[in-house]
Ligand binder design. Structure first.
Ligand SMILES: O=C(CO)[C@@H](O)[C@H](O)[C@H](O)[C@H](O)COP(=O)(O)O
Ligand SMILES: [Zn+2]
Length: 198
């Protein structure tokens, strides 16, 4: 029955979030430190991903540049998923796999962060973006699932890997969104103090 099916989604999502709280609090805290190091030295975050993860890249950038829950100075972030002229030109003239990496090479500087999201860990354009970020001496914060896939193998020790312990894309995305909010909250808490949220 439909209502049962819906309730099962809520239960499965909540179960995974309980499990992931244990597994992910350490790498998420490392992600907060990487973001802080970036923004306090004048750096910016470039965010990318496909489909739901493209929406997540934009969601994160909106909260970084605008605000999360508390008033604070603007923080620099750009979602690499929004400029349809850039995206279509690169896809048309080169290859869809290069839509993010060419933007990373154009905009990325040492000390910036690439926030790379892929539930499978295998999207070729996200992998290429990570390679470009390494070329630019940027730190990568990767949000993945399913064991991390090829992204897990590509990351360096100085990068941060937040790998959701699940195989289903929707469930992984639900934890990615929570992770993004933890990252924003963590940065705010470090910048402004840990006062209670409204
Ligand atoms: O949102 C969803 C599924 O929940 C889809 O749009 C999903 O993001 C797309 O299939 C993506 O292309 C999947 O890419 P990835 O997460 O494996 O990198
Ligand atoms: Zn979705």
């Amino acid at each position: 029955m439909l209502e049962q099916r819906i309730q099962q989604h809520f239960i499965d999502s909540a179960d995974l979030k309980y499990q992931a709280a244990q597994a992910l609090s350490k790498p998420i805290a490392a992600g907060v430190q990487a973001l802080l190091a970036c923004v306090t030295s004048g750096g910016k975050v470039l965010a990318c991903g496909n489909g739901g993860s493209a929406a997540d890249a934009q969601h994160f950038s909106a909260e970084f540049v605008g605000r999360f829950e508390r008033e604070r100075p603007e923080l620099a972030a750009v979602a690499l998923t929004v400029d349809t002229s850039i995206l279509t030109a690169i896809a048309n003239d080169y290859d869809w796999n290069r839509v993010f990496s060419k933007q990373v090479r154009a905009l990325g500087q040492a000390g910036d962060v690439l926030l790379a999201m892929s539930t499978s860990g295998n999207s070729a354009n996200v992998l290429a973006a990570i390679e470009a970020a390494h070329e630019r001496e940027m730190t990568v914060i990767a949000l993945t699932g399913r064991g991390g896939g090829k992204i897990g193998a590509l990351l360096r020790e100085t990068d941060v890997h937040i790998c959701v312990p699940h195989d289903r894309t929707a469930r992984i995305q639900e934890v990615h969104l929570l992770t993004l909010h933890c990252l924003c909250d963590g940065v705010d808490a470090q910048l402004l103090g840990d006062q209670e949220t409204p």
